[in-house]
Design a protein around this ligand. Structure first.
Ligand code: NAD
Ligand code: AHE
Ligand code: ZN
Length: 375
């Protein structure tokens, strides 16, 4: 098949707000510094739903969504040295070229190599490898894992230990890694108090990793009472439902009283800008640090009184947990194989590619942490 187009099934989103449609997609061979991957499994992340729904200001259609995949390299273009045919791989929506200003800074995981074209739904040479009956279809986040075959830049993929089950480690393509990195790259959590707003896959990962690094008090916050048992299972010591507080009581005020002045660290894992504000304001005066992980809809903005920052709280954010995928994901896979990082525990639902829209419905159900799609 190398060097030739492959026709396969993919879930195409033709327009914002529409369900995905199973199509026969022609996938062109990889060009120089590109890799064609047979995707075997993919998770569905809340961000896929965010873009499908039309809330993403960068959303572009028609598109093949999906960014939490696992697969096997089918062929490589000229000049590819980082992976080889047959490698088990995870596509990376945060590339790592190791040569750009960002990569060389030592200060961030945000690589500049392919981000501009990625945001336009295109490969680095500004074209697409997907067509349906001759019509070009956009790429998504540089990964498009809702296709049986996808093409990615060679800086946007990492090979992992083939002993690791791809139907599990595919989740390292986004949610679990994001949460893990947001905690391990934040100094000071050992011995501290932490509040986690939003107990989805991301929030659970933040809870689990906070427990792993030695946070002494972990408070989970969610409006869904069904999330209490999930939060406790992953290591939370307390659970607060903001919808059950006395009339007029704000969650930040409640948490400040509960913790004698506020939390050392808080995390927004909801994408709701009011929650982001509450998470910042629940931080302890003088030193509390709040991290935004959630992704907010187009047009949404955060606000608080500047006095909150003047008096020593820090507001920060994190993309893909600050993780450099090519350098760090192989180690995370080993951690999983050695039982140090949970993955299996997040998998609540399974779907076939033909039923992928059911997987999106699962996500709205409130009892779904992650749905794995069998491609
Ligand atoms: P999810 O929908 O599974 O979880 C969100 C949780 O928040 C749910 O349990 C929900 O009940 C809870 N919630 C909703 N409103 C709330 C409120 N007002 N107060 C408290 N809890 C509330 O989503 P997920 O897959 O865990 O993703 C969480 C967020 O993280 C999304 O916005 C997603 O787009 C974003 N995300 C960001 C990154 C990144 O790199 N920054 C990576 C992955 C996901
Ligand atoms: N396109 C949106 C922003 C979306 C966003 O913030 N994406 C996160 C990853 S979410 C994964 O589930 C991210 O890593 N962003 C950094 C980046 O470079 O995209 C918008 O608002 O325009
Ligand atoms: Zn995601």
């Amino acid at each position: 098949t190398a060097g030739k187009p492959i026709t396969c099934k993919a879930a195409v989103c033709w327009a914002a707000g529409e369900p995905l449609k199973l199509e026969d997609v022609e996938v062109a061979p990889p060009r120089a510094h590109e890799v064609r991957i047979k995707i075997l499994w993919t998770g569905i992340c809340h961000t896929d739903e965010y873009t499908r729904s039309g809330k993403d200001p960068e959303g572009i259609f028609p598109v093949i969504l999906g960014h939490e995949g696992g697969g096997i390299v089918e062929s490589v273009g000229e000049g590819v040295t980082s992976v080889a045919v047959g490698d088990h791989v995870i596509p990376l929506y945060t590339a790592e070229c190791r040569e750009c200003k960002f990569c060389k800074s030592g200060k961030t995981n945000l690589c500049g190599a392919v981000r501009a074209t990625q945001g336009q739904g295109l490969m680095p040479d500004k074209s697409t490898r997907f067509t349906v009956k001759g019509q070009p279809i956009h790429h998504f986040m540089g990964t498009s894992t809702f296709s049986q075959y996808t093409v990615v830049a060679d800086v946007s993929v990492v090979a992992v230990n083939p002993k690791a089950p791809l139907d599990r480690v595919c989740l390292l393509g986004c949610g679990i890694t994001t949460a893990w990195g947001a905690v391990v790259k934040q100094p000071g959590i050992k011995g501290s108090s932490v509040a986690v707003f939003g107990v989805g896959a991301i929030g659970l990962g933040v809870i689990a990793t906070s427990a792993l690094v030695g946070a002494t008090r972990i408070i989970a916050v969610d409006t869904n009472p069904g999330k209490e048992s999930w939060a406790r299972k992953f290591g939370a010591h307390e659970f607060v439902n903001p919808a059950k507080l006395p009339e007029g009581k704000k969650i930040q005020d409640y948490l400040i009283e509960l913790t004698d002045g506020g939390l050392d660290y808080t995390f927004d894992c909801t994408g709701n800008v009011q929650v982001m504000r509450a998470a910042l304001e629940a931080c302890h005066k003088g030193w509390g640090v709040s991290t935004i992980i959630g992704v907010a809809a187009a047009g949404q903005e955060i606000s608080t009184r500047p006095f909150q920052l003047v008096t020593g709280r820090t507001w920060r954010g994190s993309a893909f947990g600050g993780v450099k995928g090519r350098t760090e994901i192989p180690g995370l896979v080993e951690d999983y194989l050695q039982g140090k990082v949970k993955i299996d525990e997040y998998v609540t639902h399974h779907r076939k590619l033909a039923d992928i829209n059911e997987g999106f419905h699962d996500m709205h159900g409130g009892d779904c942490i992650r749905c794995i799609v069998d491609m």
